[in-house]
Ligand binder design. Structure first.
Ligand code: ATP
Ligand code: MG
Length: 419
């Protein structure tokens, strides 16, 4: 037997409706906010992620699924959604089109991580990107998309916001961070020593317990924001209040991707412990230019669908199950089953969820099966019924039966149909 690769999961037919539910709510919320779907390839040139996500991030240094294709190109399965969307935005000249450009995606993403609850090697994201607007209202609007989604899904999660400033404030802050960490360099983990050299902001994103403790005393980025960034952050807070969205400021959030500027945010659930971040995002004003486009402001987020489902499960959110058949047509013998097949075909043509026997089972066994799959009505066709051109229809909820002629079947079940 060949097993599924480590860190991946099958979504079985018995549970796929939960995924579809989350995806449908995500699409519905996207409609409310007038976001249009974008679909980009599952793989891209490796360089795209090195240049956008950043070559000192964990994602790029440790987690990417990178391989050489038969044409000897370096290809990477996308570890996140933004880079591909930005590549497409630039390549398709969307900055010359109608702005803002507002889009969403639902994608698989791949990261070579140590698998644990809520941390997989193939996972799925619903993401949103809004291009062209630089005001703080747009950041709040983006956060509102996530907030609306989470509330519609029945989740009670906490929003943390921060600003990590622009290039100007970051330069000052990096100096302050280096001065702070320099004194404690030998206490830091191996990776953090490299981060100290290359990208001190990354130090704050370390997951090692000891580094986290040291980080708690590090200077706060909020004290190093330039006037423009500070105003932007103030306005964001005002807009969040206008939107009725509760938030907390957490000056430690820097996010694991290099492209962020100014606003960063996370929605965290307290119910799944370490993997509690269900949704995260921020502003990335420099990325479009970095990838060869005209300077364009942008803001977005991605929500991990597996984590959303875990939290929903843990907090007892009920997901509506798929609609069972309105009618199961049971046939007594081969001839009757042919009639059942014919009637089911006609019922489906008019849109009724109809089911029949595939297994050549006895009528008794067909009844049992119909009950198991939750059929609302069972229509039995026996030898006599076939002669008379009728079926015996049992309402499975009340136990009452009545005869319905074959010619009336479509109208009768169309009327009973709840799908
Ligand atoms: P974490 O700090 O948990 O590693 P991250 O900062 O790497 O998260 P992002 O790159 O911002 O996460 O991705 C956005 C969202 O995608 C996360 O908030 C999470 O819900 C989900 N996600 C990220 N990595 C994984 C994974 N390996 N398995 C499942 N979901 C994931
Ligand atoms: Mg990560």
């Amino acid at each position: 037997m060949i097993n599924i690769p480590k860190g991946t999961k099958d979504v079985l037919p018995s549970e796929s409706y939960k995924w579809q539910y989350v995806e449908n709510v995500a699409r519905e919320v996207s409609g409310l906010f007038q976001l249009k779907e974008i679909r980009t390839p599952v793989f891209e040139h490796t360089e795209l992620f090195q240049r956008s996500v950043g070559d000192t991030t964990d994602v790029v240094t440790k987690e990417m699924y990178t391989f050489r294709d038969k044409g000897d190109r370096s290809i990477t399965l996308k570890p996140e959604g933004t880079a591909g969307v930005v590549r497409s935005f630039v390549e398709n000249g969307m900055s010359n089109g109608v702005l803002p450009a507002k889009m969403y995606y639902i994608i698989p993403a791949f990261r070579y991580e140590r698998p644990q609850a809520g941390r997989l090697r193939e996972f799925h994201q619903f993401g949103v990107e809004i291009f062209g607007a630089k005001n703080a209202q747009t950041d709040a609007e983006t956060i509102a998309v996530a907030d609306t989604l989470l509330k519609k899904l029945g989740l009670n999660v906490k929003l943390y916001v921060n600003s990590i400033g622009c290039k100007t404030c970051r330069a000052q802050y990096n100096k302050a961070l280096r001065a702070f960490f320099e004194k404690r360099l030998d206490e830091l983990c191996f990776d953090c020593k490299t981060r100290f050299e290359k990208n001190p902001l990354r130090l704050l994103d370390c997951k090692e317990e000891n580094c986290k403790k040291i980080n708690a005393d590090a200077p706060s980025i909020l004290e190093y924001l330039c006037d423009d960034c500070a105003t932007h952050f103030e306005e964001l807070k005002q807009y969040l209040t206008l939107a009725g969205i509760e938030y907390e400021i957490d000056a430690r959030i820097v996010r694991g991707l290099d492209y962020y500027t100014r606003t960063v945010f996370e929605f965290v659930s307290t119910s799944i412990g370490a993997q509690g971040t269900v949704c995260a995002g921020g502003r990335y004003d420099g990325l479009i230019e970095e990838l060869g486009g005209n300077p364009t402001s942008a803001v977005g987020f991605a929500a991990g669908i597996e984590r959303l489902l875990i939290v929903m499960e843990q907090t007892g959110v009920e997901i509506p199950e798929p609609t069972p058949p309105t009618v199961y047509l049971a046939g007594m013998d081969a001839e009757c089953r042919k009639k059942a097949f014919e009637l089911a075909t006609a019922l489906r043509k008019v849109g009724v969820f109809a089911e029949i026997d595939y297994m050549d089972r006895s009528v008794k066994a067909q009844f049992k099966y119909a009950d198991k799959i939750g059929a609302k009505y069972v229509a039995v066709i026996g030898g006599n019924e076939l002669q008379e051109g009728v079926m015996n229809v049992k309402d499975m909820a009340t136990g009452e039966s009545e005869k319905v002629s074959f010619t009336q079947a479509n109208a009768y079940f169309l009327d009973k149909s709840t799908n």
